[in-house]
Design a protein. Structure first.
Length: 131
């Protein structure tokens, strides 16, 4: 095989490895569900923005995360906080439709799957049953 052929194959392999962990940004057609990828827990909930916002705030309180900043904008908002051991926590909430909302949980810059999933479990309890 010539040098150019190897280069193309290597480039393709590198792209597959780099993009393999990427997930698309949820939109109005995204199914309800949760995944943890690339250091961020991403969930699509069949609930209004207000329901998700309240449940996210309650989940952080229940997980002993001190909320340092709350910012709400027209179609979403974010909650920034710290755990007792000083891990940064950011929860982002974004409206997808009137009754479908995206929730993102990120711990520090590299992520922490265990803590993100614990906060998410508390979030689901606070959210309660949804239609």
């Amino acid at each position: 095989m010539n040098r150019c052929g190897w280069g193309r194959q290597l480039t393709g392999l590198v792209l597959v490895l780099l993009l393999g962990g990427c997930s698309s940004t949820p939109d109005a057609n995204s199914p309800v569900g949760m995944e943890y990828s690339g250091g961020t827990l991403v969930s699509v909930e069949a609930a209004t923005f207000q329901q998700v916002w309240r449940a996210a705030s309650a989940a952080l309180d229940d997980a002993d995360v001190t909320i340092l900043d709350r910012q709400r904008i027209e179609n979403g908002g974010k909650l920034d906080g710290r755990t007792p051991d000083l891990q940064a926590v950011r929860v982002t909430v974004r409206v997808l439709t009137e009754n479908k909302t995206e929730l993102r949980i990120r711990i520090d810059s590299l992520g922490n799957s265990e803590l993100a999933r614990r906060i998410y479990a508390r979030f689901k309890i606070a959210l309660g049953p949804t239609p």
